[in-house]
Design a protein around this ligand. Structure first.
Ligand code: ZN
Length: 307
């Protein structure tokens, strides 16, 4: 019998303190731990990895995995039970391993035993929990979802469906691409500028290389009396910017009512740390997917009761 390597899930301290919920963020270990069929060499490997993931979430067994067919939308699914499907956005499909897959980019539930999952490789996985009403949520936030306000809308939906108060919700940001590496074009910057008054806090212009600056600058100083032309920073290949997805979502959640210190952020950038994480950008699209998962422990499994 071969011994299986242990799966280490990264955990956020602000969620780990609640005994009624379980959560975690997977990494690319052990052994290229891909959890998405659509980018898998063999479906059997994903099935095996997902079984391993469910074992790593204690208590093992009894969890129904709930996944999302993610399309960078702001569609939020309210999952009310293992068998109930339709909330107006269509029924879920069963994946090979038995996971219930809904179309959408966020899911929320107050039902024990459902393990909500988002799949990522650079996009930010955000887990939410309302410790008062015992509601959890999982959000997939790339730039399109962030622009559409998916994290804030998920908080709004938790309030609407379950009576959650935003100031009581806690959030954890898992492994995603950070501003050191997330280059975007001017059209993305313009879209953020149009929507968020604090957009300038989210965007940095990429420093052009010395050769690009040189290319733009006049060869000779202008003659006395003439206006000296401003050296243009535009590169011949167009301007580049870097977007801070973490800060964008942190501000969005705070604007939605979360306390400023409530979001916890994993400090690693996926594109900087391909030794630890899958990165769609850094690996030119040829890579696996990790998961952020969160669920409510079923009462018989939990140690909430003292009798
Ligand atoms: Zn980076």
């Amino acid at each position: 019998m071969t011994t299986r390597p242990n799966i280490e899930l990264l955990r956020a301290p602000n969620l780990a303190r609640y005994r009624w919920l379980r959560h975690g963020f997977s990494t690319r270990a052990p052994g290229e731990f891909n959890l998405d069929y659509s980018v898998a060499e063999t479906p059997a490997s994903v099935e095996r990895n997902r079984r391993g993931l469910l074992r790593a979430v204690s208590p093992p067994g009894g969890w129904q995995l709930v996944t999302l067919r993610q399309r960078h939308t702001d569609i939020i699914r309210v999952v009310r039970g293992r068998h109930e499907g339709s909330d107006g956005w269509g029924k879920p499909t069963r994946e090979r391993d038995g996971a219930l897959e809904f179309a959408g980019d966020a899911a929320i539930t107050d039902q024990p035993g459902l393990l909500l999952a988002v799949q990522v490789a650079d996009c930010l996985p955000i887990l939410l929990a309302d410790p008062v009403r015992r509601v959890v949520g999982a959000v997939h936030a790339g730039w399109r979802g962030t622009l559409a306000g998916i994290a804030a809308k998920t908080v709004g939906r938790m309030r609407q469906e379950f009576g959650s108060k935003p100031e009581e919700i806690v959030a954890a940001f898992g492994p995603g691409i950070h501003r050191c590496c997330y280059e975007v074009g001017p059209e993305v910057v313009q879209a953020f500028e149009a929507r968020f008054p604090y957009w300038h806090k989210l965007v940095r212009r990429t420093e052009p290389s010395p050769s690009q600056v040189h290319w733009q600058q006049p060869l000779l100083d202008s003659a006395p009396g003439q206006t000296r032309p401003r050296p243009a920073l535009t590169s011949p290949h167009g301007e580049k910017f870097r977007l801070d997805l973490v800060e964008a979502n942190r501000r969005q959640l705070v604007a939605a009512g979360l306390k400023a210190r409530r979001p916890w952020v994993l400090p690693h950038c996926t594109a900087c740390r391909t030794d630890l994480f899958f990165s769609h950008r850094a690996e030119q699209g040829r890579t696996g997917r990790m998961m952020g998962v969160v669920g409510i422990v079923q009462r018989r499994d939990s140690s909430l009761r003292s009798e």
